[in-house]
Design a protein around this ligand. Structure first.
Ligand code: ZN
Ligand code: ZN
Length: 110
């Protein structure tokens, strides 16, 4: 074990750190884009769009009738087969009043 010098140990440590940084990069990226937005005076929630897409209708303003959560696997299958109209009716989204979006709470707060 005498042939392992202090600098080699340090190099190994740096290598491990670099590896960790590479793995964590997407998370760091997400963190930075969020803090970047706020440092630019942009809204963290909407990025100054002043609106947020409705989570229920996914911004379309209408949901499929009958689905408990608005979406389910069977509906998606029907969609991909292209016979959605005959099977699933689209109704106006109650959550967003068929607008498909909300005004951003962060922006309208000011
Ligand atoms: Zn909606
Ligand atoms: Zn906002």
């Amino acid at each position: 074990m005498d042939n392992i010098t202090a600098s080699e140990v340090a190099g190994l440590g740096v290598g491990t750190l670099l590896l960790c940084a590479t793995i964590a990069a997407p998370k760091i990226d997400a963190f930075f884009s969020s803090s970047q937005r706020s440092s630019l005076g942009m809204c963290k929630k909407c990025g100054n769009l002043r609106r947020l897409a409705c989570s229920r209708c996914k911004g379309t303003g209408s949901v499929k009738e009958g689905g408990i959560f608005g979406i389910n696997l069977a509906d998606d299958l029907y969609e991909s087969f292209g016979n959605r109209e005959s099977k699933v009716k689209q109704i106006a989204c109650i959550k967003c009043q068929a607008k498909g979006y909300f005004s951003c709470p962060e922006c309208s707060k000011v």
